[in-house]
Design a protein around this ligand. Structure first.
Ligand code: MGD
Ligand code: MGD
Ligand code: MO
Length: 799
């Protein structure tokens, strides 16, 4: 038990060492509100974490109709009872007194409370008006990775077949669009090949741009427990910062941000040069090896060293570990996904696994990670820029099949062009072709790049903005209609984590006031809009989470993400989450994909025919058929290209933005949990001591981090990381001052995205939150030495 420990400092809890190939021991983590004992709890309601993609199974403690704590579920395959700091404390946000309890509509410029009918009539009324006057392309939907599967699926059906718009995407575009795209490029289809159990077997674990210690704390606990056991795995970490992951690594490569492709090409070069490849696997299961080998032939460690600013010897050591591993597990996340050659780089990690034959066996885990708790469901259900069930928008048979499932005509489902990606949706809103934008479960006024631009888009008179959230967020404050949503613990639904594990999260308490589940809001809208199928019946015939899930099962049948063997009831009865595909043939789910060769890359099955890794242009079916007639994995080579916005004398450092352990995104939940807020109450900036000195700055100074687009004001912390880089956590939204959201002198903001750039990877369209040029200038010298309590996540920092 971890009760009594302050888990905001003791981030990973006590070690339970284990040996390779043995099960990860359980450990029961729990936290109850002060004064509540386990005996006081009236009910424990099963759920899973909503504050990251790890899918940690937990029970919600209920007393007197309120959430009073949580505990991890020791039987669950994902976490075996463990919980991280955000989960132990974050549930308190549910009971926050400033939850939205009634809908709001804008009248004479001000948001005023109203009843549901008034709000929904406005939303439906404006939708009908726009449909008549401008057609379906005038309406866009921007959703999230934090709702439940049933909600995404309903949204996808109502947007794509009800409204008939192509403009539906999730904030998953900012998050895991590259994971999906990289899987499509290499394997023809989305779907995580590996399993978390691979950590139990691996002899080498490589983390590419993934600060797992802070962002998937429980998965990292699993790694730490392996490190504490016999025959521990050896770690390779690729991250410009000396993160807690780097601190445990045998080889830490700290490349110049934005140079992942050069580094990976050099690693592949070494592995091929030294003949550490699995020739038989390559021949049986892949196409494109000769092109890959030719591409990386000139990419020597010495060449990459010049670009990445790491030593050739370090690259050779990393190649040695990766090339001689018998069971290699790799994870990839935002350090790769949020950069200019995101897909190209992520694909090289796939290539590494393919040429070494490290796939489909215990310990050979390839994890193109997710970030948000249900990002996987956004993608599966087609609430992102994809069609439901990983169907291929370019394949007429797939569209026809979807039309059959929905009982509509194929031409009723837009598929003339790729589904619109989020960055383009905002562009259309800016240019005026999108006139209504319905935002659910995301806070773009803090999380999208270049916030002054986003604010001006959302504030336009001609754009009708609907925001559906728990709180009056920065985004909701700019909306025309605000819909109060119920959340985790207040509604029932399914969510699928990064290793395809499906959990049921049950309703534990009533939502506050008149707040409603997102599903009920979507169903209400569908009813008001009276969406019909081709025979005049209701397009959406389900009415609750269970029937919505059943509808999704029919849509998933026969597709790679097949849920036909699951149901709410089955999940309720299982003592652990279950990994899809789960079918009659695989009733207990599927630990790993591609155990028996590549299965979804066949031209008739695949979700995508691939894209050009430089331009992002989609290939046509004929090209794909000639490249990959037998549906093998495709080894796609990529040439390194320099970052788009390089440093210059005026902007001499690179700005990295990202996460830290105590907060989740824009802090709407974690900022309202007292322990988490106290652990990290305000924004800061990090630089190496050398770089700070070079800029004439020291620890504790108030600095301004400025880019050509905007600036953030923050306290400087000097810590171990590469020189030439500044890191700013992106969690902090606007200043809360009586004057509004700007600091008193109105010059700088608090959100990292004031300064980030409107630019994206051409293939996945994921924005570049990790590389732009910045300058860091002094605002005020620190008056007194900084006092900050250190947590485990700081341990070993070389300050
Ligand atoms: N505590 C916490 N946990 C979270 C979240 C949260 O907000 N807070 N959010 C969840 C979500 S949605 C996501 S997407 C995940 C994200 O999880 P991560 O990807 O682990 O988090 P980030 O901090 O965005 O980025 C990871 C690392 O990329 C490094 N990096 C920057 N530039 C480069 C580069 O050019 N190359 C390489 N190799 N690395 C680089 C950064 O230094 C950083 O340490 O976390 C999930 N978990
Ligand atoms: N600079 C920079 N920017 C980034 C990133 C970065 O690394 N650097 N990372 C990007 C990534 S990976 C991500 S995932 C995004 C995250 O960016 P956002 O999605 O904007 O972040 P959140 O704060 O999680 O916003 C989720 C919103 O949904 C609300 N919400 C929670 N549960 C529910 C629910 O059940 N129903 C409804 N209707 N609402 C709910 C919350 O109150 C909150 O306002 O940020 C991206 N932006
Ligand atoms: Mo994310």
């Amino acid at each position: 038990m971890t009760e009594g420990r302050d888990r905001t400092k003791d981030i990973w809890g006590a070690r339970t060492p284990y040996d390779p190939g043995t099960p990860w021991p359980s450990r029961a983590d729990a936290h109850l509100a002060p004064g509540v004992a386990a005996d006081d709890v009236e009910r424990w309601v099963p759920s899973a974490s909503l504050l990251h993609s790890n899918g940690d199974a937990m029970d919600i403690a209920v007393r007197d109709g309120r959430i009073v704590g949580v505990r991890g579920r020791t039987e669950d395959r994902v976490n075996r009872g463990r919980l991280g700091p955000k989960d132990l404390y974050g549930w308190q946000a549910n009971g926050s007194p400033d939850r939205l309890t009634r809908p709001l509509v804008r009248r004479a410029g001000r948001l005023e409370e109203c009843d549901w009918d008034t709000a929904m009539d406005q939303v439906a009324g404006r939708s009908r008006e726009l449909l008549e006057q401008r057609g379906p392309g005038a309406i866009g939907f921007y959703t999230t990775g934090q709702l439940f599967l049933e909600e995404y699926y309903t949204l996808a059906v109502l947007a794509r077949a009800g409204i008939g718009t192509n403009h539906l995407d999730g904030n998953t575009r900012l998050c895991t669009a590259t994971a999906a795209e990289a899987l499509k490029e290499s394997f023809g289809c989305d779907g995580q090949p590996g399993s978390y159990e691979d950590i139990d077997h691996a002899d080498v674990i490589a983390l590419f741009g993934h600060n797992m210690a802070e962002t998937q704390t429980v998965l990292w606990t699993r790694v730490l427990d392996r490190l504490a056991g016999a025959r521990p795995p050896r770690l390779v970490c690729v991250d410009p910062r000396y993160t807690p992951v780097a601190q445990q690594a045998e080889v830490h490569l700290a490349p110049r941000p934005g140079t992942n492709v050069a580094l990976l090409d050099a690693l592949l070069h070494e592995i091929i040069r030294r003949d550490l490849i699995d020739q038989e696997y390559i021949e049986t299961h892949t196409v494109g090896f000769d092109e890959l080998a030719a591409e990386v032939a000139p990419c020597t460690p010495r060449w990459a060293a010049g670009i990445c600013d790491v030593t050739p010897a370090a690259i050779e050591r990393a190649a040695e570990l990766l090339g001689t591993a018998e069971r290699l597990t790799s994870t990839v996340l935002q350090g790769v996904y949020q950069s200019h050659q995101a897909t190209a780089a992520a694909v090289q990690v796939n290539n590494l696994h393919l040429i070494r034959g490290m796939l489909g066996r215990p310990g050979c885990g390839l994890l193109q990670m997710n970030g948000q708790p249900s990002a996987q469901n956004t993608r599966e259900c087609g609430a992102d820029g994809d069609l439901p069930g990983f169907r291929n928008w370019q394949n007429d048979d797939h569209v026809a099949d979807l039309a059959r499932v929905w009982n509509v005509r194929p031409q009723d489902i837009p598929h003339h062009a790729p589904p619109t990606h989020a960055m383009q949706i905002f562009r259309y809103a800016e240019q005026g072709s999108i006139r209504m934008l319905w935002i659910t479960g995301t806070n773009p006024a803090v999380s999208l790049p270049e916030l002054s631009r986003i604010r001006s888009i959302l504030a336009q008179e001609r754009l009708f903005v609907v925001a559906q959230d728990l709180f009056l967020t920065e985004t909701a404050q700019l909306a025309d209609v605000v819909l109060p949503a119920a959340t985790w613990g207040e509604k029932t639904g399914v969510l699928t984590n990064a290793d395809r594990t499906v959990h049921l999260s049950e309703k534990a308490v009533e939502p506050p006031g008149e707040a409603r589940a997102d599903l009920d809001i979507f169903l209400d809208y569908a009813a008001r809009m009276d969406f019909r199928d081709k025979d005049g019946g209701p397009l959406i015939s389900w009415h609750d989470p269970e029937s919505a899930f059943a509808a999704w099962q029919r849509c998933s049948a026969g597709r790679p993400c097949d849920y036909t063997g699951l149901s709410h009831d089955r999940l309720r009865r299982a003592d652990s989450g279950i990994q899809w595909p789960c079918t009659e043939e695989a009733p207990d789910g599927t630990a790993r994909l591609y155990t028996d060769g590549i299965t979804f890359a066949d031209p008739d099955t695949c979700e995508s025919y691939g894209k050009d890794l430089v331009t992002g242009a989609s290939a046509e079916v004929v090209e794909y058929r000639s490249l990959n007639p037998d549906g093998k994995a495709v080894l796609r080579a990529a040439e390194y290209l320099p970052p788009h916005e390089d440093t210059s004398p005026g902007y001499p450092v690179q700005l990295i933005t990202g996460r830290t352990v105590h907060h989740f995104h824009t802090r709407t939940k974690t900022g309202r949990a007292p322990e988490l807020n106290a652990a990290a109450p305000d924004v800061w900036a990090e630089m190496s001591p050398t770089e700070a000195a070079h800029q004439g700055l020291s620890d504790g100074d108030l600095v301004q981090v400025g880019t050509p687009r905007g600036a953030v004001r923050a306290r400087l912390r000097t810590t171990a990381m590469r020189d030439g880089v500044v890191f700013v956590p992106f969690h902090y939204g606007y200043w809360d001052t009586p004057e509004g959201h700007r600091p008193p002198d109105g010059r700088a903001g608090r959100a990292a995205n004031e300064g980030t750039i409107t630019d994206w990877d051409p293939v996945s369209k994921q924005p570049l939150f990790k590389t732009c040029a910045a300058r860091v200038t002094l605002v005020a010298r620190r008056a007194t030495p900084p006092v900050r309590e250190r947590t485990d996540a700081d341990a070993g920092s070389r300050t």
